[in-house]
Design a protein around this ligand. Sequence first.
Ligand code: XIL
Length: 354
Amino acid sequence: MNRRALLTSLAVAPLIAGCRRSAVASTPRGGLPPLRTITPGAFGTCVQVANLTDPAWLDLARTHVSQLTPEWEMKMEYILADGLDRLRLDRTDRIARFAADNGMALHGHTLIWYSQGQEAFAGLDNAAFDRAFDGYIATVAGHYRGKVQSWDVVNEPILDDGSGLRDCHWSRRYGQDGYIRRAFDEARIADPEAVLFLNEYNLEGVPAKGAQFLRLVERLLKAGCPLQGLGTQSHLWIDIPDGQIAAFMHELAQFGLPIHVSELDVSLRTDSALDLRGQQYRLSLQTARVTELAEVYMRLPAAQRFAFTTWGLRDTDSWYRRDDKDDGKDRPLPFDAAGQPNPMARALATAFQT
Ligand code: XIL
C-alpha cells in the first residue's frame, strides 16, 4: 500500500480544537499581532518552571502563546531523578496548572526518549523492566489525562545520519520498532483522548534522516500503531538549501496526520570558524528558512496544522545561549532579550497572515 493509499485508510484522531486562535481582534504590539491569534492550530513555546516567576516572560507568553511544551521537567531526567518508586511530578503539575489557568494547551514532552532513563532502568530483569516501562507511561500519561492534550510519546528514534534507527536501552529490550509501538500502545491505554505524536529533529536539513523517518511512520501506521501526529522539531540552520524544508514538509503531509512544528529555532552560528558573514546577512538567511517553513505550514490542510512551536520566546531563553559555544550574540528565537520582535517574529507574522 503506498503512502497516498494509506491516507484513505487512516482515521485521523479528532483534533484538539482545530484552531485555538482567539476570535478577539487584537491590537498589534510593537507592530506585531499576538502570534496566538494568527497562527493556525496553536502558537507554542517551551517552558520551564523558572519562567513562571519571570514577569517579562509571563507578559510575552500571555500575549503570544496558546500552547506550552515543558522544556525538560516532564522528561525522565527530572521525573525519575529519585528513582522509579518516587516519580517527581511537582514541576509539571505547576506547569499544567499555569497552562489551564491561562487558557493554554499543554503538549507533553516526552514519555520515551533514547537519551534518558538508562540509570533508573539499569539492572532490571525483563519482567521488572516491562512493569517499569508500562508503569511509567501509565502513571505519567494517566496523571496528566485531561490536562495534556497531546504527547510526544517517543522522541528522536532515528540515527543522525539517517542510516537507521537508534539502538538504546529501550530497543535492546523490545526491538527498534517494538519499543516505539509498545510506548504508543501504553500511552493510548493511559489517555484515550490525547493526540499521540512521534517527534524528531533534522528531518528537513538531513534528507536521509527525513526519508528514514517517513519509512518508520509508514511501518508504524501499517502495523496499526496508534500514531496520530508527526512532530518535526525544526532546529533549523541558516544554510539549509532553498526548497529543502518545503520538500520534506510536503512528504510529511502525505500521511494526512496533524503536523507539529515542535521546536523551531534557527541559530545564526555555523560550524565554520572561518565564516565571516555578518549578523544581518545571517538574519536574512534565517528569515528565508523560517519563511519557507511557515509558508509550507500554511499550505497544509487545516486539519494538519496542529501547532507551530518555537523552542523558547526570547533569544536569552534559548538552549543555544546556555551552551559553551555561546558567544552572547546568537538570535535563534522570535524575540530579543527585551521581548521585542526579532526578524523571526516578523517573518512568522507575515507568513501566517498571507
Ligand atoms: C533540550 C532542552 O532545551 C535543554 O534545556 C535540556 O537540557 C536538554 O534538552 N530535542 C528535544 C528537546 O526534543 O527535548 C531538547 O531540549 C532539544 C532537542
